[in-house]
Design a protein around this ligand. Structure first.
Ligand code: CP
Ligand code: NVA
Length: 313
């Protein structure tokens, strides 16, 4: 299957077939977990999980998922490990590689994750950086597939800040042939280099990845409306200026009315009600955000099993 011993740092690095394999294995593992069937593909293995930023979903889904796969996860917080006291990433990578079978990391700088992967000789999984959030975006396409069955040709509209979430969604959409429109104001549009790479990827699957400043033009005919916070972790000092700049980029009932009548609404959570999404839409019948959150567990179990298991899945 080709993913054994690899890292998962960016969806851009995965082939179309590898993305399809992750979705397939996630479907199988979700079924096994729901049916109470054993699936301890990582029995006896250990995973180090390094967190330099806050988390609820990522920590609990990785920790629970690794445990369900028969392994032992170890939580490391930067403030209570040597990571936060200046031990170089390349040393942490080599030390942890002597103990564990895989490393999951959530941190600020994307380059730190690249360096960790360069020096580690066990798989490294990106649990979010300032640039990307691949495990969330893979979960999101899995969730869309559960609701819409066919991904190819669907229209995903991302509303708001062109951040780590927008970037990973562009890569994910490109790999599965979904058309994606990122609707953001000037100054908050996605990184042009990432956009260009996603557009290159999209040629393989015959879809389009575009940016459209006008939100109501972007949302026309959407199968999926997606948003994320206006102020990501690490950007708190810009909160006021971001509130003003992104204020119009909200998923509300007026916007939902422009999408297809059967459109679903996604949000990676945590949500700021009244900012990027209204209470009414988040709690409404088209919102599938809690299924989406649950799917972190199943998709990440698939990723970990594919990267780290000695068994055929
Ligand atoms: N969506 C997500 O990654 O949530 P956490 O920050 O709670 O991990
Ligand atoms: N863009 C958000 C995602 C949180 C899951 C952040 O980086 O804070």
């Amino acid at each position: 299957m080709g993913l054994k011993s690899k890292d998962l740092i960016s969806i851009h690095d995965l082939s179309v077939g590898e993305v399809a394999t992750i979705l397939d294995v996630a479907t199988k593992l979700k079924r096994k977990q729901k049916n109470g069937e054993p699936h301890e593909y990582l029995r006896g293995k250990t995973l180090a999980m390094i967190f330099s930023k806050a988390s609820t979903r990522t920590r609990v889904s990785f920790e629970t998922g690794f445990h369900q796969l028969g392994g032992h996860p170890i939580y490391l917080n930067s403030s209570t490990s040597q990571v936060g006291r200046g031990e170089p990433v390349r040393d942490t990578a080599r030390v942890l590689s002597r103990f564990v079978d895989g490393i999951m990391i959530r941190t600020f700088s994307h380059d730190s994750v690249l360096e960790l992967a360069k020096y580690a000789n066990v798989p490294v999984i990106n649990g979010l950086t300032d640039l990307l959030h691949p495990c969330q975006a893979l979960t999101d396409i899995f969730t869309i597939q559960e609701y819409k069955e066919i991904l190819k040709g669907r229209k995903l509209v991302y509303v708001g800040d062109g951040n780590n979430m927008a970037h990973s969604l562009m890569f994910a959409a490109a790999k599965v042939g979904m058309n994606m429109v990122c609707s953001s104001p000037k100054g908050y549009q996605p990184n042009p280099e990432i956009l260009q790479q996603a557009q290159e990827d999209a040629k393989q699957t015959d879809c389009t990845i575009t940016v459209e400043e006008d939100l109501f033009t972007a949302a026309k005919g959407a199968d999926v409306l997606y948003t994320d916070v206006w102020t990501s972790m690490g950007e708190e000092a810009e909160r006021d200026i971001r509130q003003k700049a992104l204020g119009a980029y909200q998923i509300n009932k007026e916007l939902l009315a422009i999408a297809r009548p059967d459109a679903i609404v996604l949000h990676c959570l945590p949500a700021h009600r009244g900012e990027e999404i209204t209470e009414e839409v988040l709690e409404g019948s088209q919102s599938v955000v809690f299924d989406q959150a649950e799917n972190r567990l199943h998709v990440q179990k698939a990723i970990m099993a594919l990267l780290m298991s000695d068994e055929t899945l």
